[in-house]
Design a binder for this molecule. Structure first.
Ligand code: UD1
Ligand code: MG
Length: 454
């Protein structure tokens, strides 16, 4: 059976007060609409249709070919929005799932249940409802004696009795496609707002004595819709809890999950410990038995096993096993740290390959360099890789000892086993096992001592 989703995303999201279309606001590192599409993918068989309107260009660009878009212009309500997909979908699907793009906590399993309910329903609609004390402006569910749904009454037209109803319309539906296309044209125009409400299809079905089934959701959290940035933060926190719980159940320790921020798509091995105030973004893979944080930002980085990353920032980097960095280390794109590399405080590495056992304990900048195994980079060493126009390469062999405060003026090669004296400014290649020193301080003149207060 062909099941296709229509995701409604044309609304303005006025209350977000943002230049960014509402559905592109990120949650756990992915746009709101990504989460909706992710849930949809688990319950449908065909490519989804996204109805766009406000911010159509940006949303369409983001979607690429993950979905087909149809434009709703002007926006005349949720029923009108679904109608825009009719010409694309007619005769191409058996069931239509409709949901709203601002409910990123809705789970794929919930939509799967919904689709299963509709498959067994001899009527044309199944829908999601929830019992909640706070009605949040949601439509109220009116049931018939036999338990099927008679109508959805929007809050602003509800009678005082109807307002007391605590079963609410979540905004997830599964329709029999053929029935839906016809029913959409029978939706009456709302006299107050001049719009066409999808929710009115329920009444159309029940008046024809066709049963509308409701699946009651037990997790209220899933139904949180986003209208303001207050809701956005609520959802972010809920999503964070969800992600963190998954990692913890897989064997990751989090000292304080509330202050541990792991984006969707990050993988973390067992017995890794995440300390508080740690942010893990993008395409990051972390192996087993590591300690990461506190106060650390990791982005697009691969970390092997048994590493320590303390109060550091890494982006586009690779750490093999038993690597130890920080506090205050910074790895930029293309930084590769082999096994047992140690990088202490205030170091920066970019586009460089540090072979196994390299040590750089303090205050160094290494850019565009290849450093051989077990080489020691003394405090304050700098690869002077940029001449104002171009970047140049530095190649350092194995078991080299670079003395404190050495300036390595690239392009430069230093042979294995070589040593540089403290403060050396190295401008020419150094042969293997050679000791170079340079730039000793010279006496220039005698100074007059200034005494304070005179
Ligand atoms: C809707 C439901 C309400 C339900 C609530 C749950 C209707 C009439 N009411 O109300 O019963 O309890 O959601 O959150 O459906 N959209 C379009 N085009 C339009 C109008 C809306 O694409 O012309 C999209 C919006 O971008 C949004 C979704 O449809 O993603 C829902 O619209 P919204 O205005 O938020 O409806 P609610 O008033 O919240
Ligand atoms: Mg809404």
């Amino acid at each position: 059976m062909r099941v296709t989703a229509i995701l409604l995303a044309a609304g303005q999201g006025t209350r977000m007060k943002s230049d960014l279309p509402k559905v592109l606001h990120p949650i756990a590192g992915k746009p709101m609409i990504w989460h909706a599409l992710n849930a949809i993918a688990q319950s449908t068989t065909e490519k989804p249709i996204v109805v766009v309107g406000h911010g159509a260009q940006e949303v369409t660009k983001y979607l690429g070919d993950s979905a087909q878009t149809v434009l709703q212009e002007p926006q005349l309500g949720t029923g009108h929005a679904v109608m825009q997909a009719e010409s694309v979908l007619k005769d191409r699907t058996d069931l239509v799932v409709v949901c709203y793009s601002d409910m990123p906590l809705l789970r794929g399993e919930t939509l799967q249940n919904l689709v299963e309910t509709q498959k067994k329903n001899r009527g044309p609609i199944s829908m999601l409802t929830v019992h909640a004390e706070d009605p949040r402006g949601f439509g109220r569910i009116i049931r018939k004696r036999d338990g099927t749904v008679e109508a959805i009454v929007e809050e602003y037209v509800a009678t005082p009795d109807q307002l007391l109803v605590r079963e609410l319309n979540v905004g997830g539906y599964c329709f029999d496609a053929n029935w839906l296309w016809d029913a959409l044209h029978r939706i009456p125009k709302n006299p107050k707002k001049g719009e066409y409400y999808l929710t009115d299809t329920v009444e159309l079905a029940s008046k024809d004595d066709l049963p509308v089934q409701a699946t009651v959701m037990d997790d209220i959290e899933e139904t949180i819709g986003i209208n303001t940035r207050v809701h956005l933060a609520e959802v972010e926190a809920a999503m964070r809890r969800r992600i963190n719980e998954t990692h913890m159940l897989n064997g990751v320790t989090m000292i304080d999950p509330a202050s541990t921020y792991v984006e969707i798509g990050v993988s973390i091995g067992r017995d890794t410990v995440l300390m508080p105030n740690t942010y893990i973004h993008g395409k990051t893979e972390i192996g087993e038995g590591n300690v990461v944080g506190p106060n650390t930002i990791i982005r697009d980085t691969r970390i092997g096993n048994h590493c320590k990353v303390l109060a550091s920032v890494t982006e586009g980097a690779t750490l093999e096993d038993h690597v130890d960095i920080g506090p205050f280390a910074r790895l930029r794109k293309g930084a590769y740290l082999g096994n047992h590399v140690h990088m202490g405080n205030f170091g920066e590495v970019k586009d460089s390959h540090l072979a196994d056992g390299v040590k750089m304990g303090h205050f160094s900048y290494i850019g565009n360099a290849q450093i051989g195994a077990n080489t020691n980079i003394g405090a304050g060493t700098i690869t002077c890789n940029y001449d104002g126009e171009k970047k140049h390469n530095t190649e350092i062999g194995e078991d080299v000892f670079i003395g404190s405060d050495t300036m390595l003026v690239a392009p430069l090669k230093i042979g294995s086993g070589a040593r540089t004296g403290a403060g050396a400014i190295v401008t020419k290649n150094v042969a293997e096992d050679m000791l170079v020193v340079g730039m000793p301080a010279r006496a220039i003149k005698k100074l007059e001592r200034k005494v304070k207060g005179k």
